[in-house]
Design a protein around this ligand. Structure first.
Ligand SMILES: [Zn+2]
Length: 249
């Protein structure tokens, strides 16, 4: 019953409370993002990103720091600081990694404030400007909170953002072993190039033996190479957003 109600609420949030934005950059963009984040999203993925000379977005939940999630060790402060120092974007999740479906707007505001304060303390006052919905759960009542506080919110609904999109619920494909077999990555990348769209990918752990929510180093490397071959710009979510905003101006 609860799951059915959640499904209905997710559907409502998909169609209602939309903050329309036109996604039409001069050329297609790929953004890579890592949620929570597991330590390997930095220790394994970081060198791959560096090798390609690209930057990604890390959506951090401060409450997971030094802990374990889905059986994987999560980031330590030094990982977060190293990623930030290397020029990667640090974006916001909820502090305790709580779904927006389980929070009142006030509760969500508290979670965001707590995360903002914690991140600012670790990263010399850094202010996070983009948000990723934990579990991809978008709640209608939460959308105005995200709208007010951030430039954008990233969900987990499959697809390429092109033309009209919802600024607080941008689509993203999963760099997840449970979802990757069902994608035609070549086609997604080609469509992003052809439509001058914005393909956002999100993942968690990056390991030889990933969780269903993570991928292997080869999976990550492959998507990067496909995007490069197709001539996509590869930018953190926030930098991509800035480019779209230029195009919209
Ligand atoms: Zn998460």
């Amino acid at each position: 019953m609860k799951e059915r109600i959640d499904q209905m609420r997710r559907r409502a949030a998909r169609y209602l409370g939309v903050r329309p934005v036109t996604v039409a950059p001069a050329r297609g963009i790929l953004s890579l993002s890592f949620d929570d984040f597991p330590a390997s999203a930095w220790t394994e993925a970081g060198p791959i990103l560096a090798e390609h000379g690209i930057r990604a977005t890390y959506y951090v939940a401060g409450g997971l720091c030094g802990g374990e999630n889905i059986g994987k060790p999560q980031f330590e402060v030094e990982h977060l600081q190293a990623a930030h120092a290397a020029g990667h974007e640090v974006g916001c999740h909820t502090f305790d990694h709580v779904s927006a479906l389980r929070l009142t707007p006030e509760g969500l505001t508290d979670q965001l404030a707590k995360n903002a304060a914690w991140v600012a303390e670790q990263l010399d006052g850094h202010v996070m400007t983009s948000f990723a919905w934990p579990f991809g759960d978008v709640a209608l009542g939460a959308k105005p909170v995200i709208d007010q506080r951030f430039l954008l919110g990233r969900g987990v609904r499959d697809g390429v953002n092109a033309g009209r999109a919802d600024r607080v619920n941008l689509q993203a494909i999963g760099l997840e072993s449970r979802r990757l077999p069902h994608y035609d990555l070549e086609a997604l990348v080609a469509r992003t190039a052809d439509t001058s769209g914005w393909l956002i990918a999100y993942g968690h752990d990056v390991e030889r033996d990933p969780t269903p929510y993570g991928c292997t180093p080869e999976d990550l490397d492959r998507l990067i190479r496909l995007a490069q071959q197709a001539g996509l710009d590869i930018l953190p979510v926030g930098a991509a957003w800035a480019r779209l905003s230029d195009a919209n101006a």
